[in-house]
Design a protein around this ligand. Structure first.
Ligand SMILES: Cc1ncc(COP(=O)(O)O)c(C=O)c1O
Length: 409
């Protein structure tokens, strides 16, 4: 959360220079609001911390076309994990050559599409995938650039569901098998294996395991002279509730010292760090129910708009749209209308005594918010609004009931 982007002014919560009360009077709730200035600012901070790296923004965090376009304009390449993300990235204005294609289960159709589009890198996660890619590339008279994603068997300091670099994880290739693949494909006419990829998880709580992962894969880069690129993925954390997390500058200096003396081309794939604190989900209180020791605040937004609390036990700060400075406070459980007991937006938060009709901002929802949304309970998806200083626009309209049945025959 960053108070300079979401801040109180004249008794009301603002995003940049836009009054969110006025905005939501117009577009309704629930809605997502993104600050273009904050997202581009976060990208710039990464560009400064990693001046020599190629930065591929990870679309999985937030694939809103207008927001992605702003990031591309500010110099980002993209990281896509499906054919659909490649399509969206190109629609947002990316050159296919500036897209890396990752993912553990790329289908034949997706690989063909990516080859046809001419994506810049294929991050390959298994021997079978490399064989399939080589066969398709040969058929299509292409020679794609490949990074082998290595599983370094490192336990990241994060939630188990987003820890990807330990031996039991489905991601990446064990070191020994990678050596065999490098030998086998060294002289290949159909694939150019030119890099190593490793990504140990998201929302990393410490830098040490990243250093460990890089040290694990460095021998490969030293042994095979064709390997001139190291892609270390994403994972740079944000502080959701004021907790201390390592800064991107700490990651950069640790990585620099591990790589000292080597002339490697570095790629990073940040997602969360770029967009998390650029976004909020605005919901409206529908009902208040009294519970032991506090109140249950039933809002019009829930796990269909933000699943992170239900999925990972994640905690997001909550702000009121009216300045709370003079209110009474009450212990609150903020929930949605979805028919699941896990439909909680925020457990145990002290709020200025909420009333039906009050609007709340669930903070740091820019990453893994809308993209993980669903139509469960036949709930139309909310609109996405992009704020740029004192200007704002609806970049994705609210779904209508007709949209819910549009694909059914
Ligand atoms: C391979 C890869 N790259 C990049 C990312 C983006 O991660 P984050 O949003 O934590 O930066 C992920 C997400 O887990 C990933 O799996």
């Amino acid at each position: 959360m960053n108070d300079s982007i979401f801040h109180y002014h004249n008794g009301s919560l603002y995003a940049e220079d836009v009054d969110l009360m006025t905005l939501t009077d117009e577009v309704g709730t629930p809605c997502y609001v993104y600050s273009q200035g904050r997202a581009v600012g976060n990208l710039k901070r990464l560009q400064t911390a990693f001046p020599d790296a190629e930065i591929h923004y990870s679309l999985k965090a937030n694939a809103n076309l207008a927001l992605v376009r702003a990031l591309i304009d500010a110099g980002a390449g993209l990281d896509a994990v499906s054919g659909g993300e490649i399509y969206k990235g190109v629609q947002a204005g990316a050159l296919p050559g500036d897209i890396v294609f990752a993912g553990v289960g790329k289908t034949e159709q997706e690989l063909r599409y990516a080859l046809d589009m001419g994506v810049g890198w294929f991050n390959v996660e298994s021997g079978h995938e490399l064989a399939r890619l080589a066969r398709l590339a040969q058929q299509m008279h292409k020679r794609p650039r490949v990074c082998l994603r290595i599983n370094p068997d490192v336990q990241a300091d994060t939630h188990q569901y987003i820890s990807t670099g330990h031996a039991a994880a489905k991601f990446g290739i064990p070191l020994g098998e990678a050596r065999d693949l490098l030998e086998k494909h060294a002289e290949s006419d159909s694939v150019a294996v030119e890099g190593i990829h490793t990504h140990i998880g998201s929302q990393l709580g410490a830098v040490d395991q990243t250093a460990e992962a890089i040290k694990t894969v460095l021998p490969l880069l030293d042994e095979y002279s064709d390997l001139k690129t190291l892609n270390i993925g994403g994972g740079f954390p944000v502080s959701y509730t004021g907790e201390v997390v390592p800064s991107v500058e700490e990651f950069a200096s640790t990585i620099r010292s591990v790589l000292a003396g080597r002339d490697l081309h570095l790629i990073i794939e940040p997602g969360r760090y770029v967009v998390a604190d650029a976004g909020a989900l605005i919901v409206e209180v529908q009902y208040i129910k009294h519970a032991s020791g506090g109140v249950i605040v039933v809002t019009d937004g829930g796990m269909t708009e933000l699943i992170r609390p239900a999925l990972y036990g994640a905690t997001h700060e909550v702000m009121t749209l009216h300045d709370p400075s003079s209110s009474e406070f009450v212990k609150s459980l903020v929930v949605g209308p979805v028919c699941e007991s896990a439909d909680i937006l925020r457990a145990e938060v002290v709020l200025p005594a909420p009333q039906p009709g009050d609007r709340l901002a669930i903070m740091d929802v820019g990453a893994y918010g809308a993209v993980m949304g669903s139509n469960y309970n036949a709930r139309p998806r909310p609109p996405e609004i992009l704020v740029n200083t004192d200007d704002w626009r609806v970049t994705r309209r609210r779904e209508r009931y007709e949209d819910l049945i549009a694909l059914e025959e």
